[in-house]
Design a protein around this ligand. Structure first.
Ligand SMILES: NC(=O)c1ccc[n+]([C@@H]2O[C@H](COP(=O)([O-])OP(=O)(O)OC[C@H]3O[C@@H](n4cnc5c(N)ncnc54)[C@H](O)[C@@H]3O)[C@@H](O)[C@H]2O)c1
Length: 257
């Protein structure tokens, strides 16, 4: 799909990978973006930087169906259509199964992680699809979905059972959704990033970060958010990419830290 003048919903668009995708798709590819995020201050600053004709910010908690619906209505009112959705909002949780007293924790953290990272992703994509399905096809295509997984979906560390399960769930949706939406001319892929230089990665303990960088084969550095943005553009523009997980990780194969 040609990106120029297309409308892109980006969750997590106020920071890190989502923010860089927004910048690149507007500045280099001529897209319009709707940023769905909790962080209003950053979202509004980015809209000013990108230009109010090119971007809107919709304060959204992707966990809340009604909030997602309101933001989608707002996007349609402003730009008239939705062609592409990039789901990058997520919460990075880490906790062990047993607490310090050897007791199993209650399910609150597990459920909250699955709710934001997996259910939130499905919620946003499904509500966007309702509008994408009505687009006039361009070379047979009505829409493109990109979800953001993680290499932790394959090789998670101790403590990431909820985060890894949420990201594996994202990868698991690719094929059934590609099958269901293929007849509408809508494609779906997920990107599984390794360690990227964003505020989320910078929450990690320096010691853990150093160990994770050692696992990175080449180049021996964190990914740049621009490299994620370029991958998004590739997945949008390449009409044969469908139903797949794109690992973007400098050949990292995570062993146990
Ligand atoms: N940075 C990495 O190393 C890395 C590695 C693998 C996967 N990822 C994935 O990439 C995506 C982007 O991560 P990032 O590093 O840019 O993180 P980030 O923390 O910089 O940005 C995440 C954004 O999501 C928003 N957000 C969180 N919960 C939300 C909610 N419930 N509703 C709406 N918005 C919400 C935050 O406000 C924030 O702006 C995430 O899905 C993350 O799991 C990141």
């Amino acid at each position: 799909m040609n990106i120029e003048n297309k409308v892109v919903v980006i969750t997590g668009g106020a920071s890190g990978l989502g923010l860089e995708a927004a910048r690149y798709l507007v500045s280099d590819k001529g897209a319009k973006v709707a940023l769905f995020d909790l962080n209003e201050k950053s979202g509004k600053t980015i809209v000013t930087q990108l230009g109010e004709g090119n971007a809107i910010f919709c304060k959204t908690n992707v966990d809340e169906e009604s909030a997602v619906e309101r933001s989608i209505e707002c996007t349609i009112k402003r730009f008239g259509a939705i062609h592409i959705v990039i789901n990058a909002a997520a919460t990075p949780t880490s906790f062990r199964i047993l607490d310090r007293d050897g007791r199993a924790r209650n399910l609150d953290q597990f459920l909250a992680t699955i709710n934001t990272n997996l259910v939130g992703t499905f919620c946003v994509l499904s509500k966007c699809v309702e509008y994408m399905a009505n687009n006039i096809p361009e070379n047979g295509e009505r829409g493109v979905i990109i979800n953001t997984s993680s290499i932790a979906a394959f090789e998670g560390q101790i403590g990431t059972s909820a985060y890894s399960a949420s990201k594996a769930g994202i990868n698991g949706m690719n094929i059934p959704i590609a099958r269901e939406l293929g007849p509408f001319g809508i494609r779906i892929n997920s990107i599984a990033p390794g360690l990227f230089d964003t505020p989320m990665a910078n929450l990690l303990d320096e010691n853990v970060k150093t160990k994770l960088l050692k696992i990175c084969e080449a180049p021996k550095r964190m990914g740049n958010p621009e490299e994620y943005a370029h991958a998004c553009a590739f997945l949008i523009e390449n009409g044969y990419m469908n139903g797949r997980v794109l690992r973007l990780d400098g050949a990292s194969v995570m062993s146990s830290l």
